[in-house]
Design a protein around this ligand. Sequence first.
Ligand code: MN
Ligand code: MN
Length: 279
Amino acid sequence: MNSLKFADANSSFNDAKFVIFGVPFDSTSSFRSGSRFAPNRIREASYNFETYLMEQDVDLIDIPFHDAGNLDEYGNVDEMTGAVEDAVKKILPKFPILIGGEHSLTIGAVKTLKNVSVVFIDAHLDFREEYLGIKNSHACVSRRVSEIVGIENVFSIGVRSFSREEKNDAEKLGLKYVSSFDVKEKGIEKSIRNLNLKKKIYLSLDMDGVDPAFAPGVGNPEPFGLTPLDVVKCIKILSDRLVGFDVAEVCPPYDNGNTSLLGARIIRDLIGCAGKYRI
Ligand code: MN
Ligand code: MN
């Protein structure tokens, strides 16, 4: 049992509206590994912050949320996504918050939720059919998710890196994405409104969607990214329709501390924003 809890996660499981759990898995990492350390590092960082969220006039002590600890450290990605699926099944209809670990965890979460739109914030399209022989790789997340919820229900924001094959497949199959350059030009608010999102939303934040100047400790850093304020604005705009959230790819061995702090602060912001609609 993991004794380190996310700050202010004082509720019992039964009374909680939100349930946090960690997924310490990074076996398919292709460049920098170490995201398995992120759940606990983000928990430690969460103690830096006030319970009162100034910009939302919400106090987190008024929102019951629970930290269920970490899943086991699985050696195999399919075992990990299966365990995530089971864990989310036990949490619903409460709001699951997953702390990765690598991005492949989203596949397990979405398998349980099914009838949702999935919004990714990510530098990468993650639309490979397979990567290094692994279908549930972190580089194939949006592809696998599109097979579960339908490609018309998948949206990626902040994209600025993909292979030629991914681009061709995305065009052929109709994957909708907004580049970080589009966000810079139009603003995050307009970029999201243009997506015309209708269903309930599962939001998946691959931390590398944020610029490495703000989030240096990630598995695959990519310049020209979103700002942290773009991300919290995105959360605010979507908050009345959110049903689940994950933050993935924070990589503590390459962090100066700021990336874990940002992850923790974004989780707190999300609980504040979505909590308004759940208490
Ligand atoms: Mn990425
Ligand atoms: Mn990703």
